[in-house]
Write a protein that binds this ligand. Structure first.
Ligand code: SF4
Length: 298
């Protein structure tokens, strides 16, 4: 008997990742190489291919030879990195996703008018590090969980607002926003939940299908915030089995024992060809019937 396989939409790159990858490919075609400090998107398989095409990763701007090109990732970088790259005479390829760029500009504008900015996000994530740079360290406060909210200073008499990392779990962020509103009743109405459209859609697809599949496979890298959130959403939604893999090579086929239907969710940084390879591998090893998510809802 065949196993139902639901492909959760959307699949493939989000617009921000697609843009950054296209930019990198164009620069490589023109220049032969380009330097990066941070992976331009968080996907191991894709980055492996990009290194083969001529991307060179270094650990600091200082290691990049004068006159070279540097590309900044889709997550964005702090403004001081732009300044330092310009001072060094590097050609800058800005791969910052336009959705992230809009949040950066909002942070910059609000901080320059004297407001305190609470950034909801992971303090070690490049996107959050960059946002903190746009706010200026003295004006920025990073919170990830409710415990962090308790540690915030007293903002009495101060203008304060929150903004968010774009790739967090929407339910988690809504809990933190509720907590912030309790803790800081005068928090500005100009606050924004910046979780992006594709993040919301990918999480919603998992929550919608969680009760009818026995297994969710998240296709994405362990250092992709997006992929890790999809995995956490599947676990929180009580899916019986959840696995996150970079590619078909990591798939443990024993997971399919007692599975009559499963879903595949892709992170927004996962190339479509990685999904195609997984589907080929599955069809070679078992009898599956591939269905669209919409088919299941009907
Ligand atoms: S997940 Fe959203 S914010 Fe991040 S790169 Fe993609 S479109 Fe941009």
């Amino acid at each position: 008997m065949s196993i139902n396989c639901y492909l959760l939409q959307p699949v493939g790159f989000c617009s921000g990742v697609a843009r950054a990858v296209d930019m990198a490919k164009q620069v490589l075609k023109l220049c032969g190489n380009v330097y990066i400090i941070e992976d331009i998107v968080h996907n191991k398989v894709l980055m492996h291919d990009m290194y083969e095409l001529g991307i060179v990763k270094v650990s600091s701007l200082e290691e990049i030879p004068d006159g070279s090109s540097v590309m900044f990732s889709a997550h964005g970088v702090a403004p001081d990195l732009f300044d330092r790259a310009e001072e060094k005479g590097l050609t800058i390829i800005d791969g910052t996703c336009p959705v992230v760029k809009a949040v950066q500009l909002a942070v910059k504008e609000q901080a320059s008018s004297g407001k305190k900015i609470i950034i909801i996000g992971k303090r070690t994530h490049p996107e959050v590090i960059a946002l903190k740079g746009y706010a200026g360290s003295a004006n920025a406060f990073i919170v990830f969980d409710e415990g962090d909210c308790d540690l915030l200073p007293d903002f009495t008499g101060e203008d304060v607002l929150y903004l968010t990392q774009t790739t967090l779990d929407i339910n988690h962020v809504e809990r933190i926003i509720r907590k912030l509103k309790e803790r800081i009743p005068h928090i500005s109405r100009e606050s924004q939940n910046n979780i992006c459209y594709t993040t919301i859609d990918r999480q919603a697809a998992i929550r919608d299908i969680a009760n009818v599949v026995d297994l969710v496979i998240v296709l994405g890298s362990s250092y992709s915030a997006n992929a890790k959130v999809l995995e956490a959403v599947a676990i929180d939604s009580n899916v019986k089995k959840v696995t996150r893999i970079d590619s078909e090579q990591e798939l443990d086929l024993s997971l399919f024992s007692d599975v009559s239907s499963f879903a595949i969710a892709t992170a927004s940084s996962t190339p479509k060809f990685v999904l195609d390879r997984l589907l080929d591998f599955l069809t070679q090893n078992m009898e599956i019937e591939i269905k669209d998510f919409e088919q299941k809802i009907d």
